[in-house]
Design a protein around this ligand. Structure first.
Ligand code: IPE
Ligand code: IPE
Ligand code: MG
Length: 232
């Protein structure tokens, strides 16, 4: 009997190429970010249609603070207006929103928008969209180690116990990490899960992504053989 491809449960996306999308059109980089957030909405719906349960979007890294104040401020403004401002959209489509990253390090108005969005979408069940914001894989691991040591002084850390202190430990592990805009690196995204996640890199700039890209990703994932160190 032919083997059925395994379903993609949790997809991680490194949304890259917003700046280049804008540059190609002689627009300011901020225009690319605005368009990139429209793509997020399209992709959540497409992922739900494909039966993907969880999508983690890399929206702002712990390294992105290095960008100009203008760009960072615009991104923070977008996070407020597009998180808080889209609750109607999330609820209409059954989208639960969660966040991961060092939320306490964000401006207060972004934290308030996040809290409200997470709370008001918490009972939605079609798909879970996780926004990684002020997120770094190394930072996530350091925060988890610090909390672990505070709560379990003098105890050695094991992989399982540490995993339970990472951000959103209740979620299934990320099965596949994809990146747009032809860059082939993780840029500090999901370092723990990437130990065994499948990887795929695509040329298309993030603001141009649509449902076809998600369909390709599901087909690609179905071809992968996951062995986790064992023998298939
Ligand atoms: C990704 O697009 C969005 C964020 C990192 C916030 P970029 O802004 O990195 O786009 P490029 O890489 O400059 O094209
Ligand atoms: C990674 O993209 C961060 C996000 C997508 C939020 P960058 O554009 O910041 O990554 P580098 O600097 O090219 O590695
Ligand atoms: Mg980039």
């Amino acid at each position: 009997m032919e083997k059925q491809p395994v379903a993609l449960v949790h997809l991680g996306i490194i949304m890259d190429g917003n700046g280049r999308w804008a540059q190609k059109r002689s627009l300011p980089r901020t225009a690319g970010h605005l368009e990139g957030l429209k793509a997020v909405k399209r992709i959540i719906l497409a992922a739900a249609e494909q039966g993907i349960g969880f999508v983690t979007f890399y929206a702002f890294s712990t390294e992105n603070w290095k960008r100009s104040a203008e760009e960072v401020n615009y991104l923070m403004h977008l996070f407020v207006s597009k998180l808080h401002g889209e609750i109607g959209f999330y609820n209409k489509h059954g989208i639960r929103v969660l966040v991961k990253g060092d939320i306490a390090g964000l401006p207060p108005q972004v934290q308030t928008a996040i809290e409200k969005t997470v709370e008001e979408t918490s009972t939605n069940t079609s798909i879970t969209a996780i926004i990684a914001i002020n997120y770094g894989g190394r930072d996530e691991i350091c925060r988890a180690v610090n909390t672990f040591m505070q709560k379990n002084p003098g105890t050695a850390i094991s992989e399982n116990s540490l995993a339970s202190y990472l951000d959103l430990p209740q979620l299934p592990p990320v099965d596949m990490i994809v990146r747009s805009a032809n860059e082939r690196r993780l840029s500090n995204f999901l370092l723990w899960d990437s130990a065994y996640a499948e990887l795929a890199f695509y040329e298309k700039l993030w603001p141009d992504w649509n449902g076809d890209d998600i369909q390709h990703i599901c087909t690609e994932y179905g071809k992968r053989v996951r062995k986790f160190g064992g023998v298939q």
